[in-house]
Design a protein around this ligand. Sequence first.
Ligand SMILES: Cc1ncc(COP(=O)(O)O)c(C=O)c1O
Length: 369
Amino acid sequence: MTREPLLLTPGPTIVPPSVLEALGRPTDHHRTKEFQAVLKEVGEGLKKVFGTAQEVLILTSSGTGAMEAAVANLLSAGDEAIVIRGGKFGERWGEICEAFGATFTPVDPLWGKPLDLKALEQTLKQHPRAKAVFATLCETSAGVVFDIRGLRRAITAAGVPALLVVDAISGLGADSFAMDEMGVDVAVSGSQKGFMLPPGLAFIALSPRAWEAVSKSKSPRYYYDLNLAKKAWADTDTPWTPAISLIIGLKESLKIMLAKGIESFTAGHRADAEKLRADVQKMGLELYADPACASNAVTMIKVPAGVDGKELLKQIRAKHNIVIAGGQGKELVGKVIRIATMGAVGPAEIQAGLNAVEEVLAEMQVKNG
Ligand SMILES: Cc1ncc(COP(=O)(O)O)c(C=O)c1O
């Protein structure tokens, strides 16, 4: 088999040919008029993808870097926060808060289930000093999308001035998102999922209220000092050497995402994800996430009893050169598989993945008797 592995994982995702070509161009210097023109163009494109009138800052890191930047710039040691945890990435928000000496109260929906917005409202009423609610658009480890508008409504109903901070690392471009219209104060994302790039860029946008919090935060920061990034961005620049090639690639991937508008790009993934969920059930397999909160970025499928999910994925890769993700967290390793419907993954790739799952599963079930 000579072709590249077909990535159906929820990051990294397939990099389309036009983006690959751009990534392979010789490196230009970043403090030039030419590169500034690229920064200007990607800056405008990012605003459209985020659905915001605010500037979207580009950081050189994986997505977690932007999560850390959010916490380090918004909170100080001793501050209180609320963290919505419905999987591994929600848990990560709590871990980062702790690393910066902030205390947090968790609101924990069951993995794969929707959040009880009343429970969030109650928790906020009990913690009126909470500076921020940390949430996730698509909880990639559970295949769940959170109701971001509902979170904003719950914060408003509780009468608490907490900021709403959303990890849209895997959801952006697949699950509907519009930062300003949804009342989100801080949104973060990363390059290797819906943006169809290799890992290495993170994005962060802040509302005027969030920038006020940045001016008050006393947490230590240097590389991730967003004031520096904001100041440089005002001059169409970055404080540190940016990942030049990735940003040149981003210009191409944004062209794909915005060719017919971001809503149309997202709608395509919604249609793909809906068909995938229906096809999985027709195959006699069970979905993990409650249909009320199933994400359109990633679909989590339960591995039938008696089948080793890790072995299933190993054989799919060996026999079909297709990479599908397994479960995260000790309860789910070997028990579920996850197929992404984000970025450049379309109907043909999804069908190839499903065919491989069906074939290898049948072989394993025959062997197991
Ligand atoms: C929802 C979510 N948050 C955070 C991350 C972490 O991003 P990174 O691995 O780019 O640091 C991921 C990556 O899988 C994710 O899916």
